[in-house]
Design a protein around this ligand. Sequence first.
Ligand code: 13P
Ligand code: SF4
Length: 347
Amino acid sequence: TTEEMEQRVREIKEKFGSKLYIPGHHYQKDEVIKFSDVTGDSLQLAQAAAANKEAEFIVFCGVHFMAETADMLTSESQKVVLPDMRAGCSMADMADIDQTDRAWEKLQQVFGDTILPLTYVNSTAAIKAFVGKNGGATVTSSNAEKMLKWAFTQKERILFLPDQHLGRNTAYDLGVPLEKMAIWNPITNELEYDGNVEDIIVILWKGHCSVHENFTVANIDHLRKTEPDMNIIVHPECSREVVALSDYSGSTKYIIETIEAAKPGTKWAIGTEMNLVNRLIEQNKDKKIVSLNPYMCPCLTMNRIDLPHLLWALEGLERGEITNQIIVPEHITKDAVLALDRMLENV
Ligand code: 13P
Ligand code: SF4
């Protein structure tokens, strides 16, 4: 039963004490968040992993790229476990390293040494290593603006991987006109751009989040007509059109802080993953909160981590077996850490 599973998790946590650390991303299910030692957005969890020197085992409740990041930022003796190996990220999968090497070669032919690569942390360790090796940095949704500003102090053009929306929204906020942004299509290995390539300042990798693409202009139009006094807040993985029509946009941490600080009685439509929206509804009963898309949008891979998988991973550790350990090869870690450190030093 659920009670029995919860009891076992508690027992194992108690047995391991500070030797066991369970970070949980804001998109995780309540049944998992309940047992997390720290919850946070991607940046907070990366910082928490880097700061933890005590834990021998880090059971990461989030998706694969986050566990890879934790492995790269912790010491060799600390072991990172992902409770379900199928917990990937469809956005991270949209940029593989072969496509990226191929793109870089072509972009160098066109633009020479004028481009700096930046990657959203939602990317594989290999992509982070590519970025680190080429002088760039990782970014998260809570520091993208700061990091893009930094990037422009290094080079005149940016290649932003793998989320076109976070890249476009951030560059737009910094004053880069949409006409100066091109799309890189990794399937055709071509730039998608109508004008003169000399004018391009930002090259957006053609990737997106399959959860956030479900929040649409039609959802906003409908709400503006039916609930004109509703505030709309979305994650910057939503499209430019959706962000432009919303009242607020920001990382999961920003969304939580904004809702918590809002006045009682205010109304909010939130455009982000379902588990977080449901938790905010539950924790802010004094406000009226709905999902921007009435069909609540789950991240299927985040949801693969559940209580049974968490318990299964913990019971493995209890028996002395480390199952689903995430190990990033040394040669990749070496370069990827350069990109991660450039971010952690700048925020
Ligand atoms: P943040 O936690 O940085 O807001 O990112 C959201 C997300 O989609 C993580 O996969
Ligand atoms: Fe990836 Fe989107 Fe899921 Fe985040 S919400 S893990 S970006 S698919």
